[in-house]
Design a protein around this ligand. Structure first.
Ligand code: FES
Length: 281
């Protein structure tokens, strides 16, 4: 069995959207979950968060950033190509309830997994305040889709080319300092951003949820690769998460574990790029 790519486009430089036909996965997919895919029999397994799903069409949409060899390979596929494996939905669904006012924060490619949660939380009757950020205006993702499901949408860019000149954390801090009653914060993005959000919401005692992107191998709780420390307890992001209480996550450990294979990943990407160009270095 193979899984056909129905759509593939580069949304902004290095960030791609891919929609795959996978009816069995789409039938059960919920916001907050992820899939694992393998391009071919020699490929590594990579986890990607579900950015959207359509149960009627039987499709799953992912948004990914080119960071290493596999995501580079993935970015070169096109509509009509097939993936060998496509497993999911994996992980626990996000907890969707009417909490009141929810701030959703998406940093960089993290906007993609935030979107289905914002949509579901809006349908559940919450007031949605969304904050999306990127390094510059050209890298902002899904502003239009996020606007559709938000009561308020704030934009930040590191270089000030759109919206607030600064970081998503500046806006969260401002909203909380103004005394707005916030019942939950959900933040998905680079670990350094999620750690900063947790640092801001902690003194305000606002429940804060993050989605952890730890390294995964099997995605089913067997290998231990995705180990994280939450409230001084070892948890597996794939089966216990991927969402956790941000105030209990050991982000320092998360970041050091994410960096373990960086030299090998860099080498694999360089070799892949060289092989494609046919150079002999
Ligand atoms: S990916 Fe293997 S235990 Fe989570």
């Amino acid at each position: 069995m193979s899984f056909s790519i129905l759509e593939k486009q580069e949304l902004v430089p290095t960030i791609h959207l891919m929609t795959v036909r996978a009816p069995a996965v789409a039938k059960k997919a919920q916001p907050g979950q992820f899939i694992m895919l393998r391009i071919d029999e020699r490929g590594e397994r990579v986890p990607l968060t579900i950015a959207d799903f359509d149960r009627e069409k039987g499709t799953i949409t992912m948004i990914f950033q080119v960071l290493g060899k596999t995501t580079m390979h993935l970015s070169m596929l096109k509509a009509g190509d097939d993936l060998l494996d496509f497993i999911g939905p994996l992980g626990n669904p996000a907890h969707i309830e009417n909490a009141g006012t929810v701030i959703l924060i998406g940093g960089g490619v993290g906007v993609a997994p935030v979107f289905p949660q914002a949509r579901a939380l809006k349908s559940a009757g919450n007031k949605i305040i969304s904050i999306i950020g990127a390094r510059n205006a050209g890298l902002l993702l899904w502003e239009d889709r996020m606007r559709e499901v938000s009561d308020e949408l704030h934009i930040t860019t590191d270089d000030g080319t759109k919206g607030h000149h600064g970081f998503v954390t500046d806006i969260v801090k401002k909203i909380l300092e103004q005394g707005t009653k916030v019942d939950r914060v959900i933040a998905i993005g680079p670990p350094v951003m999620m750690r900063a959000v947790a640092g801001i919401t902690r003194p305000f005692n606002v429940r804060t949820i993050v989605s952890l992107n730890s390294i995964m191998v099997d995605g089913t709780g067997m290998c231990g690769a995705c180990r994280v420390l939450v409230g001084n307890e070892t948890k597996f992001a794939c089966v216990d998460g991927p969402e956790f209480d941000a105030h209990l996550v050991d982000f320092t450990l998360l970041m050091s574990r994410l960096a373990i294979y960086q030299p090998e990943e860099k080498e694999a990407l360089e070799k892949y790029t060289c092989d494609r160009k046919g150079c002999s270095c």
